[in-house]
Design a protein around this ligand. Structure first.
Ligand code: GRF
Length: 210
């Protein structure tokens, strides 16, 4: 059976990448292969994790291009070379622009560390999300896996996991517990998405558009 070829985009620590690697090994994520890890940050720890797992890595930065669109057009060419079917954003801190969004419509998944639509949108990433959750005194937080569209953090929600915000929580403590939920939710949701919403035998979405 043809496997869905996944490119994982990262900018930071790569703990979600790690959980995806383990999930492919343990078949929680079936019929999928991690073909490529792309980063816009050459110092991302995630790149080291990819190297250790023998996944090809690519790195590029916005400074090499006049616009975001041109950056993404160059990236698209690389994705085509690897015949990527599905993009997974695992802590990728760059907005995806139309050249990639159009070709990979409904084929880009992101994980966000709050219960969207709450605490999402422009500039809501990392510890800022957890700080806002604590400041707002909500009692429940969690994480969300959703499709990526032009509107930041507004794409269709695929799955969420919840936890209680505890009275002694700091943003760091909360972030740590939410990350544990993410590591469980993301691979399972990607797996479900592949099986329910992608035709495993006909991959390479840009084949239709070229
Ligand atoms: C996670 O909290 C994820 O929800 C957000 O970025 C963080 C990435 O963490 N999009 P890591 O690099 O996977 O450890």
């Amino acid at each position: 059976m043809t496997k869905i070829k996944i490119a994982v985009f990262v900018s930071g620590n790569g703990s979600n990448l790690d959980s995806l690697i383990k999930s492919v090994d343990s078949n929680i994520l079936e019929n999928a292969s991690l073909e490529l890890v792309f980063s816009n940050n050459k110092n991302a720890l995630a790149l080291e994790k990819a190297k250790k797992a023998n996944i090809p890595i690519l790195y590029d930065e916005q400074i090499n291009y006049p616009t975001s669109e041109e950056f993404d057009l160059a990236l698209l060419t690389k994705l085509k070379k690897y015949n990527i079917d599905l993009i997974v954003l695992a802590g990728y801190l760059k907005i995806i622009s139309p050249p990639i969004l159009n070709v990979f419509k409904d084929r880009i998944l992101n994980i966000h560390p709050s219960l969207l639509p709450d605490f999402g949108g422009k500039n809501m990433y990392g510890i800022k999300v957890h700080q806002s959750v604590i400041n707002s005194n909500v009692k429940i937080s969690g994480c969300t896996v959703h499709l990526v569209t032009e509107e930041i953090d507004k794409g269709r929600i695929l799955a969420q996991s919840k936890l209680d915000v505890l009275s002694g929580d700091t943003p760091d403590k909360l972030a740590k517990r939410v990350l544990e939920l993410e590591h469980n939710l993301f691979p399972k949701t990607i797996n479900e998405f592949i099986h329910k919403e992608m035709k495993i035998s006909s991959c390479a979405c840009y084949a239709k558009t070229s």
